[in-house]
Design a protein around this ligand. Structure first.
Ligand code: ADE
Length: 352
């Protein structure tokens, strides 16, 4: 018989969290700015990758008013490589609201936090419980996986009703204080013990006694998650137009870039000139000519596939040495590309 999931579960998990959690940079204090930034970064990115981004972000923008006052391009550059760039745009808007409408004070209630741009139920629950001791659950995919196993429930974890029900069940288990330790205990359990890939480590799980999935032998097969529709595939040709092969002495190498539309995928970031079709080398040279670039030499060709949530870009890149710099493009130096110009990973690949 498994134990009933009551507040003894809560205390068992919290005790384990306190003794075993990872020392992560955003766990050093409970400042809402720190927890907020880290939770947004962690939404689509692994902890190890977030560490470096988080440090760089906090060095550049140590307070919420620094974030509110920052230029959008500075923010996109700090976010470069994390993807889902609307996350940082929304954080920018939210910081401006906190500064201009809330007297510079981050709100402390769940509803007020959730009302800020880009903050949904999960993030609001995480900030409210970790920073302000509000007894409210933060349910993401990891917590849903853990709960599916604990309850031996094979409902699709993408089902909104299931998520709501898990949120309510967990909220009822919250302690009166130290709520953040319970929230982070669930997160940590999902990361260290009850992980997504392969076998959950039931033999060292602190809450194994409560787990129906373990008792029934179903834990490793859970959670159930319905397959998504196949992604759309797009063929593209990308032009890396250089004015020199290398930045030699007395000669500055410049590369053509242009800004993407203000809406849609990778909005407002930079890209290399490109067309939505796969071209052979001769066709690519003719395309560069049509832009007024006067191609001199085809230096090399590279293939790269970038997978987004709903679309895959199958890109053929041509590195072409050109003699003229038409105004249709901006011509960036290597230093500008490295330090100033926000270039998404899909195109940044061609800079390696
Ligand atoms: N994933 C989501 N939130 C997290 C947190 N606060 N610490 C570690 N991993 C997380």
């Amino acid at each position: 018989m498994v134990k009933k999931m009551d507040t003894s579960f809560t205390w068992t998990l919290m005790d384990w969290y306190r003794a075993n959690h990872r020392a992560l940079p955003w766990r050093k204090d409970k400042a809402p700015y720190h927890v907020w930034v880290s939770e947004i970064m962690l939404q689509q990115t692994r902890v190890e990758a977030v560490r470096e981004y988080y440090k760089r972000f906090m060095d550049a923008l140590p307070t919420i008013s620094d974030l509110a006052a920052a230029e959008e391009e500075t923010l996109l550059k700090l976010w470069q490589g994390l993807g889902y760039y609307n996350r940082i745009r929304n954080m920018h808007k939210a910081a401006q609201i906190v500064e201009q409408e809330l007297g510079g004070v981050f709100p402390c209630g769940y509803a007020e936090i959730k009302a800020l741009p880009g903050i949904g139920e999960y993030t609001a629950g995480a900030i409210a419980s970790i920073c302000f001791d509000v007894p409210v659950a933060a349910v993401d995919g990891n917590v849903l996986r853990v709960m599916s196993r604990l309850k031996n429930d094979s409902t699709d974890i993408q089902n909104a009703k299931f998520k709501k029900q898990i949120g309510a069940e967990l909220t009822a288990l919250y302690p009166q204080e130290h709520c953040g330790d319970f929230t982070q205990g669930l997160i940590e359990l999902g990361a260290l013990i009850c992980g997504p890939a392969g076998q959950p480590k039931c033999e060292i799980c602190p809450v194994a006694a409560y787990c129906q999935g373990r008792e029934q032998g179903t834990a490793a097969a859970l959670p159930v998650k319905a397959k998504k529709k196949a992604r759309k595939k797009v063929e593209m040709t990308v032009f890396i137009l250089h004015t020199a092969e290398n930045a030699a002495e007395g000669q500055v190498k410049r590369t053509a870039v242009c800004k993407r539309d203000a809406t849609g995928l990778l909005a407002g970031l930079y890209q290399f000139p490109n067309v939505d079709k796969k071209m052979q080398a001769s066709e690519a040279i003719a395309q560069a000519e049509s832009w007024g670039c006067r191609p001199k030499d085809l230096l090399r060709r590279a293939e790269y596939c970038h997978v987004f949530t709903h679309v895959e870009w199958h890109m053929t890149g041509y590195y072409i040495l050109v003699e003229t710099m038409p105004h249709a493009f901006q011509w960036a130096t290597d230093a500008q590309l490295a330090q100033e110009i926000p270039m998404p990973t899909a195109f940044g690949y061609f800079l390696q």
